[in-house]
Design a protein around this ligand. Structure first.
Ligand SMILES: Nc1ncnc2c1ncn2[C@@H]1O[C@H](COP(=O)(O)OP(=O)(O)OP(=O)(O)O)[C@@H](O)[C@H]1O
Ligand SMILES: [Mg+2]
Length: 256
């Protein structure tokens, strides 16, 4: 049983077919990358999976559950979290608060119950402690301690991307969709990111879907790669095979 299965996915914007008949499936524990030139439809695939766009055709299943009609919060609740290409954090809040907010979408006790009004040892208070511990773990794991109490807007872009990843991870998802996580990172940050993504899979058993332009990163980390161009699949397979696939070479050359 595939963890995530996309069948014949299509979506149009006006006259533009952003995706036509895209199919692929991702197994549990895979690191699966989607590549392709600008405008190929990579982010659109993520937007369809996460319920932000309603596809005009096709089906998306998560462990055999049809999630095609799901709204974004329902997709998150079943265990699929994502980071955004254009960072969608609360810029005026700290790293810690952004992650706590991410966690609170899971909390049954409501959004701001974590404030000062909790009865000691109540269920809500205990949940709040658990949330804090989990968020602290993620901050340690991604080595974000120095950014912990800083407003997100004051962090360098590469660090903000890492906080985006952390926020998605704070939801403890089964599947993580990462849209260009290395954008704006320097070489050292990219190397750390590679280790982090591997650990996310190896230590937490999370299935990772990755959209990336950095080919070294993609080729070094992915179990399989899907290449899109003009909203269609042009190749799928091992990183080595996809990298030298004639259609892929043509698509990238065509871009100049
Ligand atoms: N909401 C929208 N309204 C209109 N057109 C859209 C919308 N979302 C995406 N598109 C179009 O769909 C196509 C695919 O866009 P998408 O953002 O998925 O590309 P991408 O592969 O993620 O590109 P990039 O590498 O630049 O991020 C593009 O032509 C884009 O302009
Ligand atoms: Mg994109």
């Amino acid at each position: 049983m595939a963890t995530l299965k996309v069948e014949d996915l299509s979506i149009s914007f006006g006259g533009l077919k952003a995706l036509s008949g895209v199919s692929f499936s991702v197994e549990k524990g895979e690191i699966y990358s989607i590549i392709g030139p600008n405008g190929a439809g990579k982010t659109t695939v993520f937007n369809c999976i996460s319920g932000i766009y309603k596809p005009t055709g096709g089906k998306i299943s998560f462990k055999e559950l049809d999630i095609t009609p799901f709204k974004p919060h329902q997709v998150a609740q079943v265990g699929i979290a994502r980071s955004f290409q254009n960072i969608e954090l609360f810029a005026h809040m700290t790293t810690m608060d952004n992650l706590m907010l991410g966690r609170h979408t899971k909390l049954k006790t409501g959004l701001w119950s974590g404030a000062t009004f909790l009865t000691p040892n109540s269920r809500a208070a205990r949940e709040e402690i658990k949330n804090r511990e989990k968020v602290e773990d993620i901050i340690d794991f991604l080595e974000l301690q120095a950014s912990r109490n800083q407003m997100v807007m004051n962090l360098p872009y590469g660090k903000q991307k890492l906080v985006e990843l952390a926020r998605a991870l704070a939801l403890e998802p089964e599947v993580l969709l990462l849209d260009e996580p290395s954008a704006g990172m320097n070489l050292e940050e990219k190397e750390d990111l590679i280790f982090s993504i591997r650990d996310i899979r190896d230590d937490f058993g999370i299935t990772v879907l990755l959209v990336e332009h950095d080919m070294n990163l993609v080729m070094g980390i992915s179990d399989r790669v899907l290449a899109l161009n003009y909203g269609q699949v042009i190749a799928e397979g091992s990183p080595a095979d996809v990298q030298k696939h004639p259609e892929v070479l043509k698509a990238y050359l065509g871009e100049g």
